[in-house]
Design a protein. Structure first.
Length: 175
């Protein structure tokens, strides 16, 4: 294989890694901004999963970097968030999705744009601990008054099934 093609493939892989890390940062900043607007304390923003290999402070937020770019999180006061109105809880849970959509549309046609749109769509699925699941649990608690663990378990199970079905349909569209 000529060296030019090797360089191109290497640059593509590196650009995808950087775009993914930046899209994860955009997503978590969406949650952070929404939580801050509601005066909900946030202590950490982590990019990646796994054992932390680097951290630094930006104001009162600890930013940590982790090796597996398969997820990220913002550590916020969940008990305080649960006490807020339903629309405010939804705003915080969907803040990352909205910011990913905005960046994805602004960077339309680039790797960064597509990764942002993919991240937004994937987080809307009702998979356990994803934004779509968290919004579903907030709505379940709102409309069922006291849903109990069995209702939340049923939602979690059915959300996983729906997510698998959606994933299968998306794969079938392109394969």
């Amino acid at each position: 294989m000529p060296p030019f093609f090797l360089i191109c493939k290497t640059m593509l892989i590196l650009s995808l890694i950087v775009a993914t890390a930046l899209a994860l940062l955009v997503h978590e900043l969406g949650h952070l901004i929404a939580a801050r607007r509601l005066n909900i304390p946030c202590t950490e923003l982590a990019i990646g999963l796994g054992k932390e290999f680097c951290s630094f402070r930006v104001g009162d937020i600890r930013v940590s970097l982790r090796p597996l770019l398969l997820g990220s999180f913002v550590m916020l006061d969940g008990s305080l968030l649960k006490k807020r109105a339903t629309h405010e809880q939804l705003m915080v849970h969907l803040g990352g999705v909205f910011l990913n959509l905005a960046f994805g549309l602004a960077a339309w046609g680039t790797n960064f744009g597509w990764i942002n749109l993919l991240l937004a769509g994937g987080n809307l699925l009702p998979l356990y601990q994803h934004d779509g699941w968290k919004c579903g649990v907030v709505l379940l608690r709102k409309f069922m008054k006291e849903p109990g663990p069995s209702a939340e378990w049923a939602f979690t199970f059915s959300g996983g099934f729906v997510s698998l079905a959606v994933g299968w349909l998306v794969v079938r569209m392109f394969v």
